[in-house]
Design a protein around this ligand. Sequence first.
Ligand SMILES: NC(=O)c1ccc[n+]([C@@H]2O[C@H](COP(=O)([O-])OP(=O)(O)OC[C@H]3O[C@@H](n4cnc5c(N)ncnc54)[C@H](O)[C@@H]3O)[C@@H](O)[C@H]2O)c1
Ligand SMILES: [Zn+2]
Length: 355
Amino acid sequence: MAAVNVDLGKDSYTIEIERGLLDRVGGKIRALTKADKIAVITDDHVAPLYGERLSHALEAERFETRIIAIPAGEASKNLKVLSDVYDAMSEFGMSRSDAVVTLSGGVPGDLGGFAAATYMRGIPFFQIPTTILAQIDSSVGGKVAVDLPSGKNLAGAFYQPKGVFIDPDLLQTLPARYVHDGLAEAVKYGCIGDAELFEIFESLKTEKDLEDHMEEIILHSVLQKTRVVEEDEFDTGKRQILNFGHTIGHAIERYFHYSTFTHGEGVAIGMSLLTEQTEKLGLTEKGTADRLIRVLRKLSLPTSIGVPAEELIPLAMHDKKRRGKEITLVVLKKIGACELVTVPTDELSRYIVTG
Ligand SMILES: NC(=O)c1ccc[n+]([C@@H]2O[C@H](COP(=O)([O-])OP(=O)(O)OC[C@H]3O[C@@H](n4cnc5c(N)ncnc54)[C@H](O)[C@@H]3O)[C@@H](O)[C@H]2O)c1
Ligand SMILES: [Zn+2]
């Protein structure tokens, strides 16, 4: 078993990583809360797979449990579904001392966390992430949100869970595209701060190798994100390095109206294109882009795109990391080390080249 302590003063908590943890979370949650009732917020794909096992684990510790399953997919991360979840919590008779457990990927995780942050002005919550993306990214850092018609994650909060329980065995049912999608973020962590993690990816030869190293990859990733979040809980500075590949990645997602490419695929292309350019500009050690592209291709992730750069650049300028006429890019110095580079927006064409 591995445990990572997230040190945020009075909001500190532990992230546990262990195969088979799902069946043992009851006692762990009981040790952290006196709640009588627990609302399990999940979706209609995950509920039939793991809902009953979690209910058993919780009921064995005398929690009264109610499963609230929203329709699977990003389209559910909205105020209407949030309102339905509040209604279900209220109908279940939850009080301020009761708790929420999210059992899910990032969508019910973000929405369920926001419900917990706001129901009766905030009740405790725990996360049991079930996608790679949720295990290494969305469940670490305390950002909870829903989307508004005008943009993603526009209504949200910083609200830390009381505990995160990661069971890598739950990934066995995850469709392959989501496995690769989530691993793009793990490759990102290797690039920006953990050369050893990157070398694990370089050493993989088969899908079986990947499965055998999954726990290690999750642990390295969680540690990397935790270190960054501890230094910048409220995303005002250092947390920006997590944006590596995302300025171009978001532009690609937007260009295709969030269809064609998943988030991780957009980020994979973004990391590749940017690093090819920064290597040419002499900011990145020679050979880095080649290493990165080789690893991403091995994980079935795309590394280039046939859209003219002139079409992506205006979309990249909508990035939330833009301040006035400048934008901050995360540039690799080499694998495992990065820096923030502030670029005037009219020079973005030196950094974003598709072709
Ligand atoms: N809070 C943050 O810091 C943060 C960071 C990154 C991303 N996010 C958010 O995360 C969301 C994306 O997360 P996601 O990719 O996990 O999406 P998701 O929750 O929609 O899960 C993806 C799909 O996998 C299914 N699924 C989940 N676990 C499964 C399992 N074990 N077996 C089989 N199927 C399973 C789901 O039902 C869904 O169809 C986005 O809304 C994004 O904004 C948040
Ligand atoms: Zn991302």
